[in-house]
Ligand binder design. Sequence first.
Ligand code: GTP
Ligand code: MG
Length: 379
Amino acid sequence: MVIEYGKTDNERAIIVGLARNSHERPDTEESLDELAELAFSAGAEVIGRRIQTRSKPNPAYHIGSGLVEEIKQQLAELDGNSVIFDDTLSPAQQRNLENTLESKVIDRPILILDIFATRARTAGARLQVELAQLEYTLPRLTGAWVHFSRQYGGIGAKGPGETQLEIDRRQVRAKIAHLRDRLKKLDRQRTTQRKKRQSLFKIAMVGYTNAGKSTLFNRLTRAKVRTRDMLFTTLDSTTRVMSSGYPCHIVFSDTVGFIKKLPHQLVESFKSTLEEVSLADLLLQVVDCSESNYQERIAQTREVLTEMGADTIPYLLVFNKIDKNPDSHTNHSDKAKSFAISAAEGTGMAALQAELIAHSSKFLAQRNFTAKTSGHSRR
Ligand SMILES: Nc1nc2c(ncn2[C@@H]2O[C@H](COP(=O)(O)OP(=O)(O)OP(=O)(O)O)[C@@H](O)[C@H]2O)c(=O)[nH]1
Ligand SMILES: [Mg+2]
């Protein structure tokens, strides 16, 4: 992946992951690769990585206290100033680590929130990110955390809004209520638009970030949504209605991608953006099959869909980027129908579109049947 964020905000970080046993180590390695990519996207330079195998996280420090000391030394030797953990830290763990390491301590959720904050462009996305950041920060508003996060700045201290994160809990709660209120107003507009589309067949792209959802969306609708080789290019939803070549009008939606350990505050505050997904009649689950761990990513996407209550919506697995990896798409254990395509080159699109036509015909027949029968029952 080409990462564009060369500038580093002077953030020099050691990244840290835990494996429960030796079998889990390769997974932790992969997860740390992704964490490094996230760190780089957020403007940090990764100067070291550590993995510890232990059956249970240490309640005080997440990792063992011996490793904490080693990391402290390594930070001093390499002139590092922050440590990024792959797992969510409890407020107490974060506080203890910052006090002992005397440096900034970040976890994966705060890193993801930070990237969202940098990428948010539209009013809706900015409000939603700010809300998620405040929800995440609220339980962490202790003297020590505020002291460190304010002292160090950089990752974890960025916000899309015009105001700085307030340090007083009461003020934060009031701000949360205010943001919810503003979001509700925005939602009303979205709801009106959605109502107009209620009776149409709705298809939404879902999947891991950078899988090629927007590229597929553009190919299906001839839209020009921004696509890039970087994490979280799309943060808002785009919708296009198509009829040419289909038996009825189809509403296609492109929206924000998922990632492993997506902070639940983000899922919660992006609820309205993600309604394009939860209200869809069919999901196209886009999978980048050129990634070695694409199987795991299928499962992680399904997990987020379950969290959103969208796991019962029918879906097709769309294995994308077959131009990079022509064979791997056949290896999957999922029961859903699958298609192998290259959204970039247009390969395999005919079979996928034939399936969409079949689904929309079925939808149309069902809608007509329902209209007829409910008409009879009224008489
Ligand atoms: N080789 C190849 N690259 C592709 C294909 N489809 C998409 N890409 C590239 O993959 C990168 C990500 O594509 P996007 O469409 O932006 O992915 P996305 O899933 O919308 O990503 P986010 O919005 O960041 O979640 C871009 O650089 C695309 O050009 C494909 O079929 N083959
Ligand atoms: Mg996209």
